[in-house]
Design a protein around this ligand. Structure first.
Ligand code: UD1
Ligand code: MG
Length: 473
């Protein structure tokens, strides 16, 4: 890997363009479109951390600034480009914001998020002994990219596809939009490009690419091409997602995580997985999810913003905002909603919904239950079909269940309610009053057996069903 010069350099990210080709009615800022669940630009910003630039300046429009601020606060320097007159104009807007001591400017388009640290070190290195350097590549599909003409490794012209003639269109080497430029030349080159070329092109914009006419620019042809992919529409966004997913899975694999048929799962950028954890096919792991060691996740599970300890098992289940300690067993078909906290060794079984529920160590909610706004102690068993009635149409109420409680199957627990340690509820009970510790609550009608009733009923029905029943001879 090329060593970075010990010269202070700044990064300018161009992100003020309108995302017209994304055709969104919600946003015109493409750099905040999610890639692996985080804004596209965050991939770039993370890569930059490894390079340690002196300064990062992002060129934005108002909308992009607001969206970036909502994600990152005031972590980054931003300059507003208004109106957006093209990539050349965008860089010109950023230059006055650079610190005095900056010697080299690394220019990155905000829509080329897959570029690697290695590629960036390469272009910075290649700028030595020239005025500038740029990364070029040969993608399988050149459509949409500026074509690059070179002579002896120096760029002589970059022509945008819309402005290219037939022979230029055949060129396979294209512009990544990534340049390292000596600061002292950047301003004059932009000025000259503005004066000599203006906006005399098919897009009517100031093209940054025109500066190569005024700078000795090294072309650095980079492989693999996919790292330099530009994302101008949602088809390219989808392609980029495939690349990012490949990288994320590879990174987890290198850390000792097994993915079985990993290409069937989707894992967002911030997700952390512990050593020897296995992810079975068809999982979606999102947000700030952290999963411990020796877990088995899947198949077919959705986990978002959840934390799980070591040795947990999640089978065909849906978890959002869940915190589980070690050795917790979930599923199949559990729906665990925000505020669910499961202590060590808890079991949550099939067709169980939990919401804002704390379940103590070793307790079980094995089948067909709804438990919401509840606290359950340790070693308690919640019988099949138990429902906490937490909502009276106006307010939510809590249910408190102690340690070593046995809730009989099909109990209806009408909150607010407290069930003491060691208590029982009889199966099928509707429990409306607090239950003291060690008591048995029976909240159902007493059973009555009517001897012979069923037989008599059958006989009566059989008689009525005879064809000539009731008719005389
Ligand atoms: C640009 C290059 C093209 C290159 C391609 C690589 C030019 C003229 N063309 O084309 O040669 O092959 O990138 O992906 O530079 N932006 C601003 N302000 C503006 C206009 C754009 O900040 O006024 C930003 C955009 O938000 C974007 C980046 O600059 O992040 C590039 O602009 P885009 O419109 O995507 O240019 P391309 O057509 O992709
Ligand atoms: Mg682009």
């Amino acid at each position: 890997m090329a060593e970075l010069a010990h010269r202070p350099f700044a990064v300018v990210i161009l992100a003020a363009g309108r995302a017209t080709r994304f055709k969104s009615k919600h946003t015109r800022s493409k750099v905040v479109f999610p890639l692996a669940g985080v804004p596209m630009i965050e991939h770039l910003l993370t890569t930059l951390q490894q390079l340690g630039p002196e300064q990062v300046v992002i060129v934005v429009n108002d909308e992009v600034r607001n969206e970036l601020s909502s994600h990152y606060g005031n972590l980054y320097d931003m300059v507003i480009q208004e109106p957006q007159l093209g990539t050349g104009d965008a860089l010109a807007t950023a230059l006055p914001a650079l610190k005095e001591n900056i010697e080299l400017v690394l220019v990155l388009p905000g829509d080329v998020p897959l570029v690697t640290e290695e590629a960036l070190r390469g272009v910075i290195g290649a700028a030595f002994g020239a005025d500038a350097a740029m990364l070029t590549f040969e993608p399988p599909e050149v459509k949409g990219y500026g074509r690059v003409k070179t002579e002896d490794g120096l760029v002589t012209k970059i022509v945008e596809e819309v402005d290219a003639d037939a022979s230029e269109l055949r060129i396979r080497e294209v512009n990544s939009g990534i340049y390292a430029i000596e600061r002292k030349w950047a301003e004059t080159a932009l000025e000259r490009a503005r004066n000599e070329f203006g906006t005399e092109n098919r897009k009517g914009e100031y093209y940054l690419t025109d500066i190569v006419h005024f700078l000795r620019t090294h072309a650095l042809l980079y492989h693999p091409a996919q790292d330099l992919m530009g994302i101008n529409d949602r088809a390219q966004l989808n392609e980029a997602e495939n690349v990012v997913q490949g990288r994320i899975l590879r990174q987890h694999a290198m850390n000792g995580v097994t993915f079985v048929r990993g290409e069937t799962s989707y894992v967002e950028a911030h997700v952390k997985l512990g050593q020897d954890t296995r992810v079975l096919p068809g999982c979606v792991l999102r947000g700030e999810t952290v999963i411990g060691e020796d877990c088995e996740i899947g198949p077919m599970s959705y986990i978002e913003d959840s934390r799980m300890g070591d040795g947990c098992r999640v089978f065909c289940s849906h978890l959002v905002g869940v915190h589980a300690e070690a050795g917790v067993n979930i599923g199949p078909y559990s729906n665990l909603r925000p505020g669910t906290n499961l202590a060590d060794g808890v079991k949550v079984g099939n067709f169980v919904e939990l919401k804002k529920a704390n379940v103590g160590a070793g307790s079980k909610v094995p089948h067909l239950s709804y438990v919401g706004d509840a606290k359950i102690g340790e070693g308690t068993n919640i019988g099949a079909g138990t429902i906490t009635c937490n909502y009276d149409g106006f307010d939510k109420h809590e249910t408190h269940i102690g340690n070593h409680v046995f809730i009989g199957s099909n109990s209806t627990l009408v909150a607010p309610l407290t069930i003491g340690d060691g208590a029982y509820t009889a199966a099928g009970s509707t429990v409306t009053k607090d239950v003291p510790p060690d008591a048995l609550a029976v909240g159902r009608p007493r059973q009555e057996n009517k001897e012979g009733y069923a037989r008599k009923l059958r006989e009566k029905k059989a008689e009525a069903a005879k064809p000539d029943a009731g008719e005389g001879e």
